[in-house]
Unconditional design. Structure first.
Length: 257
């Protein structure tokens, strides 16, 4: 698929996704205010802003990560792609730890940060914040894999998954508000849907990575390595020679594709 086609898809699905999110967010916010009141809305907004501020710990690393992957993706350099993904995985885990620690350090001061919600006890404030924090941190453990789709200019895959997940999430939250009128259940819906969406995006990324010929060949060579470990008797030299020959043929076949 050409880059122009991908760009058109990215733009089209991106606009549709934004429009759907705006409409659903407006409906959800309206129902939220009507049934739960402005106090919970204020807590919801304040915690969202606090977590957005903590997310600055990423410092735009995601954009730099995607840019660094353009060349190895264009060259079909699978080994370098794997090394970059491994590096990004480590960095994002460090970011997740930093945000978690910073968020936990704020917990003792929440009752002083949140104003106008005196009828909420400290336990509730802390529980709600922990759910917000978990919802933010979990994403950093899988975000690094999205860079591969972005480098392939297939952002529309993530966009479509996000649109579906957000639609389901908003609808579920509105149902929870209408039926149970419970803020805690309202908050728990989002992490559950986000986890499902992240799993879908990671699955799509993995499917595209494993679809590349050289990655399949690498799996085959891994089998020969295991075979070599178990064949450490008198025929070890023959097995090693066969493995090297097979590996050479696989690399030549990959170059020809």
């Amino acid at each position: 698929m050409s880059r122009t086609t991908n760009a058109i898809k990215n733009t089209g699905f991106g606009l549709l996704g934004k429009l759907a999110n705006l409409i659903l967010a407006f409906l959800s916010r309206t129902i939220f205010i009507y049934f739960l009141g402005s106090t919970y809305l204020g807590v919801n907004g304040l915690y969202s802003e606090i977590l957005s501020l903590l997310s600055f710990a990423e410092l735009g690393f995601g954009s730099a990560m995607t840019f660094a992957m353009y060349k190895p993706v264009a060259d079909k350099d699978t080994e370098k792609i794997k090394r970059l993904l491994g590096f990004y995985k480590t960095v994002y885990r460090i970011v997740a730890v930093i945000i978690t620690v910073a968020g936990l350090c704020l917990i003792p001061f929440l009752q002083y940060i949140v104003k106008g919600a005196e009828w909420l006890n400290v336990t509730e404030l802390r529980l709600y914040f922990l759910i917000f924090l978990a919802n933010t941190v979990v994403g950093y453990f899988v975000t690094y894999k999205f860079a591969y789709l972005n480098a392939l200019q297939k952002n529309y895959i993530n966009t479509n998954i996000d649109t579906i997940v957000n639609t389901v999430s908003y609808c579920a939250q509105m149902v929870v508000i209408l039926v149970f009128k419970d803020f805690l259940l309202y908050l728990l819906v989002r992490p559950a849907n986000r986890a499902m969406g992240a799993s879908s995006s990671v699955g799509q990324s993995w499917r595209l990575i494993t679809a590349r010929p050289y990655r399949i060949h690498l799996f085959q060579t891994a089998f020969f390595r295991c075979f070599l470990v178990f064949k450490q008797q008198k025929d070890r030299t023959w097995v090693f020679s066969g493995y090297e020959s097979r590996l050479k043929n696989l690399k030549q076949r990959h170059k020809g594709q």
